[in-house]
Design a protein around this ligand. Structure first.
Ligand SMILES: CSC[C@@H](O)[C@@H](O)C(=O)COP(=O)(O)O
Length: 348
């Protein structure tokens, strides 16, 4: 089933804060509800955020009655602003919002706009699944039978509409009959690796071993890792933004000559920008000082301790062996090669 979908004039999504303990679908009938789900990471992962932004703008068209088309457009613009304010780093969120908003603003009839906005959102969701499969196909060529792949955060079907980016590459290699083992990092503070990646891979019968984030050094030093594949929230001219901790993994991989691959769709590229121009989301102190799943109120640090909690970090492109996209695998020099791939078109 899909991570996020449209049903009965509402956006439905798997609540990722509860997994693996509980599998629950949330129904968002208003943009406020969807914005809240995005902020508290009930839906997360750059491509899933792209679909969330797209469905969110479509949802704004259905939220209430409008006396005319101008009133609808004003309402939808405000709702789009709210969606855009939820999370700043993953560029895909803005891509999804803007694409559907453009459809809304170019329409001239309320019913027609509603229909076309929803069709556009559904198209974006379909494109995500298609491009993940393509990324999987291209990326799987980099994996050999018997490889152990280390991955970080969750880049699977839960982080996308379906199939996944970095996990999609692993999935695709396994579908080709290759024996692949995965080492999943826990990914503190919200444990997307231990809670989501391990759950997803085990559901598919893919061999996965969980480690804490501070075990990356020892597994590389012992030669237990053949390749690293991670996803991305934004790829700029000089760096990859991804879940906090990715940079450390990249440096350790470089030290041990382990190839470090990043799998992401073309809509994750923001090639006009450089690393200094991107906002890194800082999240609540509570994520570090409390046990945050179910036992939310158990202190695991002194309540008054000072906390720094950035959600993402910046990995300079010099650490990246290749970028896996739905258009193919891009190798350095990126300055020269990425623009050629971007010219091949958007998300397909
Ligand atoms: C295919 S998902 C790629 C990235 O979005 C993923 O690695 C990541 O960093 C997600 O962060 P999150 O804070 O869980 O949204």
């Amino acid at each position: 089933m899909r991570t996020i979908y449209w049903e009965d004039n509402a956006v439905k999504l798997i609540d990722q804060t509860l997994l693996p303990d509980e599998f629950k679908i949330i129904t968002c009938r208003t943009v406020d509800e969807l914005a809240d789900a995005i902020k508290r990471l009930a839906v997360r992962g750059a491509p899933a955020l792209e679909a969330s932004g797209a469905y969110g703008v479509a949802l704004a068209c259905y939220e209430r009655d409008f006396k005319d088309v101008d009133e609808l457009k004003e309402h939808v613009k405000k709702r789009a602003e709210l969606l855009a304010s939820t999370r700043p780093t993953a560029v895909n969120l803005f891509y999804g919002i803007d694409r559907v908003l453009e459809v809304v603003l170019s329409g001239s009839d309320v019913e027609e706009i509603r229909k076309k906005a929803l069709e556009e959102a559904e198209r974006i969701a379909e494109e995500d699944v298609r491009r993940n499969k393509l990324m999987g196909k291209y990326g799987a060529e980099l994996l050999e039978d018997g490889d152990t792949v280390l991955t970080y955060c969750n880049t699977g079907r839960l982080a996308t509409v379906d199939y996944g980016t970095a996990l999609g590459v692993i999935r695709s290699a396994v579908e080709q009959g290759k024996k692949i083992k995965v080492i999943a990092c826990e990914t503190r503070p919200l444990n997307q690796g231990s809670r989501l990646t391990c759950w997803e891979l085990m559901q598919d019968g893919i061999d996965v071993t969980l480690i804490t984030d501070n075990m990356v050094g020892i597994v590389m030093q012992r030669g237990m890792v053949d390749k690293v594949i991670v996803g991305a929230d934004r790829i700029v001219r000089d760096a990859v933004f991804n879940k906090i901790g990715t940079y450390t993994v990249a440096i350790v991989a470089k030290e041990h000559n382990v190839p470090f691959y990043v799998a992401a769709p073309i809509t994750t590229f923001d090639w006009e920008k450089t690393m200094d121009e991107v906002i890194i989301e800082e999240r609540s102190k509570d994520e570090l000082i409390y046990c945050h799943i179910k036992c939310r109120k158990t202190l695991i640090a002194p309540k008054d301790v000072k906390v720094f909690n950035p959600a993402f970090d910046v990995t300079p492109l010099k650490y990246v062996t290749a970028l896996i996209t739905e258009k193919g695998v891009i190798y350095p020099p990126y300055e020269e090669n990425v623009p050629k791939f971007l010219k091949l078109g958007g998300s397909e």
